[in-house]
Each structure stands twice: as C-alpha cells, then as structure tokens.
Write a protein of this length. Sequence first.
Length: 201
Amino acid sequence: MIIWFATGNEHKRRELAAILAGHSVKIPSDAGIAFDPDETGGAFLENAFIKAHALFELVREPVVADDSGLCVDALGGRPGVYSARYGGVDGGKLTSSERNALLLKEISGAGGIAVRRTARFVCAMALVLSKDRFFVAQETLEGEIISEERGARGMGGFGYDPIFFLPERGCAVAELSEQEKNRISHRAKAARAIGKMLETI
C-alpha cells in the first residue's frame, strides 16, 4: 500500500519506511507537491491532524502525519510543539546545534546545579484514511537533558538527539545505532501502533 507521509524531512521518512516495511512511503516532494501547512495547534496531536488532513485533501490516499518534539520539565514543558522553531526570531530558524546550545543554557539557568533535567520526546501520529476515518497514537521516549559540561554526544540522529541522554543505556540518542533508535524512539513506538492499525484496514 502507498502511504503518504506529511513531511519534508528525509530522516523521518527513512525512520517510518523502516518501521512500515511492506508499504511504500511517499512524501509530498516525491510528487512535486509544495507542502507547508501552518501548524497552529497548541498540542502535538492537533498539529498532526492539521498536516494529515491538509495532505489528504491533495492526494486522496492514506496519509500519516506526525508532530513531535522535546518537553523539558525544568522549562515547564518547553520547547514542546515549538521544538523545531525554538529560539527563532522573526520567522528565522536556528540550526540544530544552535537550538541545542540554547536549550542547555536555558536549563542550566533554570535552577542551578540541582535543576531537574528530566525530559521526554513526544510523538503524536495520525493516520487519515478518509475525511471522517482516522486513527491516532501518541508515544514518548523518557530521558534527561545532558549536562552543559558534558555537552552534545554522538554523530547519529538529528535535532535534539545529541543532548538527550538515556540513563538506562548510558548514552545519548545520537549514540544509538539507527536500528536501535528505530526500535525504542517515540516515533518508532507511535509508528508501530499505526502499523498495527494498518493491518486491520
């Protein structure tokens, strides 16, 4: 089955394609579709629905969309739905390394050395099969923000992966192999749930 993924992010496409083996995962650029809907939702699931329904209106085939981000307890859940736009000014975007440096600086100033560094990646995923038929899943990957002194670690992954530490594994997400990340990540868990739903249609 062809599944459209409402993203322009090749990293995300590869992750989803690896999990939904047996399905052909396409993204809008594959068909020359300019796709950049305004993500105006205040929650991950709202933004996933905005993207999924917007692309469904264009392709009229099954669409998966996700919205994901990093929620840091010491920052009151920020950056949350603004993770990709965190720290940007006047519509400009910081690079991943700039966002990571900003977040490390902010959390260090949020409560000194004893600040809680607990955090989680959240992924809300929507599968839209028709205007009125859809499935949703939301999952997390629990961890903590690495200390500013230790700094970013690893060369894999993308986004906040180099500063998101997994205490039970003793490494940052960016130090995981692609296969291991695809097994435990918030997006992987949500995608597996969506994959089970696809088996029923």
